[in-house]
Design a protein around this ligand. Structure first.
Ligand SMILES: Cc1cc2nc3c(=O)[nH]c(=O)nc-3n(C[C@H](O)[C@H](O)[C@H](O)COP(=O)(O)OP(=O)(O)OC[C@H]3O[C@@H](n4cnc5c(N)ncnc54)[C@H](O)[C@@H]3O)c2cc1C
Length: 471
């Protein structure tokens, strides 16, 4: 039994954001810029979530698949511009319309600037410890644990950007985990490797695919198992001899559970040691060395909310445009096998690509069309505001990878440019709900929200309803 106690109210804000990952910082910045007093709580020493703490350094394109128009803008665009101004973002296309590699360390600085420059009050090194409810459906305060003890943060609206829907779960909202069997995409430890001679590796035709194939052919020394990983990496924006490897996978864990999370971290490091020992036998990698390991294992999937609408993969892949669309994206459905090696992609153009443990790829069509049939030209997918609203709570919104979606749809939505777009929308909506609707997030006018987002540079397309009304 823990005795009841009174808590000091550390702050009262229009909008309280839990989690300072890509989604949370954008939510807080958008809320503050819309005039809401805004507090953000983050358990790490810095913002950025997986982009910084887990070394994930690839951000996807802001443009539609034929590169004719941007479908993402606003705060994701702004943070990339901030990184580019530091020289810390490199685009894969000469015209700047492709995906980016970023410097994870510089992202810590860019997110500081975005949060503080927007007038957000930051609280770092603070964990959510609970919630105080006002009735069954209204969160009155977030309880946080800090170095100075436990405090309450009163808010009119709360944005749960924890990635794991921690606040919603504590407030009793319904959530779901992983696929139909509760299995999640595996987490991966991302580590940086230096001392690589890429010219020599290229000459010997060594790349992540060939390394993957050879690692999969053997067994791992620490547990005698098969290498369960889809190995990929991204070269450093600064150094010619350095690469971030997402080279480790731990299947069968749910990282919103303390015991699985602990096991994943330690098993991830054992697997990484084995990978490092193997890398040295490839041409170009003879002198490679470990530069650093992400401060935590990278988590792809845990708990998601059950929202007012659960986004399904076919809605995304068919390019449906609901009337309350608040964000758009192009990143494909990307499912790392929850139980072993292999990965599967479904693209907006109708194709599907499955890669097995040995790196062999099989291309087919998910849309039933013949293999050689013309590809679809869907410009992007659209995410409705209803996917940010958790069932059972009146003054809470969700942003980031824990939005309301099926396992398959979440495989597309989870990437950072999308997480930031949801954050921007949740923050703007939170500010509107706090000022005009006493925090009731369902009362926000989605037309007004869309207009605000468009005004802030989010290039939302016409919705199906609007297209129909104008003929
Ligand atoms: C190995 C790997 C590779 C990936 N590759 C890519 C890629 O190439 N491109 C891409 O765009 N995306 C990629 N992703 C996905 C992407 O990184 C995440 O889905 C994305 O970061 C989600 O953003 P988020 O803000 O929702 O959550 P997160 O980035 O997880 O941020 C959540 C934040 O909340 C904080 N937090 C959580 N719980 C609490 C709590 N209880 N109290 C206080 N603070 C809390 C965390 O510390 C963290 O800062 C990858 C992910 C992984 C793991």
């Amino acid at each position: 039994m823990e005795p009841a106690r009174e808590l000091e109210v550390l702050a009262e804000a229009d909008v309280v954001v839990l989690g300072g990952g890509p989604a949370g910082v954008c939510a807080a910045a958008a809320a503050a810029r819309a005039g809401a007093s805004t507090v953000i709580v983050e358990r790490n020493a810095y913002f950025g979530g997986m982009a910084t703490a887990a070394n994930v350094n690839i951000w996807h394109q802001l443009w539609c698949n034929n590169f004719e128009r941007p479908v993402i803008g606003g705060l994701p665009r702004e943070i990339l511009d901030r990184l580019a101004a530091m020289g810390a973002a490199r685009n894969y296309r000469p015209d700047g319309r492709g995906p980016y590699t970023i410097c994870s360390e510089s992202a810590k600085l860019a997110y500081d600037d975005m949060a503080l420059g927007s007038g957000v009050k930051p609280i770092l090194h603070a964990w959510l410890a609970g919630v105080a409810m006002d009735g069954a459906d209204r969160v009155a305060a977030a309880v946080i644990e800090t170095k100075s003890g436990r405090f309450a943060l009163r808010g009119t609206v709360f944005v749960d950007a924890s990635g794991d829907a921690d606040l919603c779960a504590r407030a009793g909202a319904p959530t779901t985990v992983g696929d139909a069997d509760g299995l999640c995409q595996p987490p991966s430890l991302c580590f940086r490797v230096g001392g690589i001679d890429f010219a020599r590796a290229q000459e010997a035709q060594v790349n992540t695919r060939t390394i993957q194939r050879e690692l999969f052919a053997g067994t791992m020394d620490y547990n005698g198992g098969k290498y369960p990983t889809f190995l990929w990496g991204a070269k450093s924006v600064w150094r010619e001899d350095e690469m971030m490897f997402a080279g480790v996978r731990v299947p069968g864990v749910v990282c919103s559970r303390w015991d699985d999370f602990t096991r994943a971290e330690i098993e991830g490091r054992y697997q990484m040691r084995w990978v490092m020992s193997q890398l040295k036998r490839f041409p170009g990698y003879e002198k490679c060395h470990l530069v650093d390991i992400g401060a935590q294992i990278g988590v792809r999937e845990t708990r998601r909310i059950l929202g007012e609408h659960v986004v399904e993969a076919h809605e995304l892949l068919d390019g449906r445009r609901p009337a309350d669309t608040i964000a758009q994206g192009t990143y494909p459905v990307d499912i790392h096998n929850p139980t072993g090696p292999g990965i599967r992609f479904k693209y907006l153009d109708g194709t599907e690509r499955a890669i097995d443990g040995s790196g062999e790829a099989t291309v087919s069509r998910w849309d039933g069309a013949a293999d050689g049939a013309p590809r679809r030209e869907t410009p992007c997918y659209c995410v409705p505001y209803r996917a940010l609203i958790p069932q059972g709570l009146s003054n809470v919104l969700v942003a980031g990878r824990c939005v309301s979606a099926t396992h398959e749809a979440a495989g597309a939505l989870r990437v950072m440019i999308n997480a930031m777009s949801f954050g921007e929308a949740a923050g703007a909506a939170g500010a509107m709900a706090a000022s005009g609707c006493r925090g009731a997030v369902r009362e926000v006018s989605t037309d007004a929200l869309r207009a605000r987002l468009i005004g802030n540079g989010v290039p939302l397309l016409e919705t199906e309803a609007r297209l129909a009304s104008v003929g």
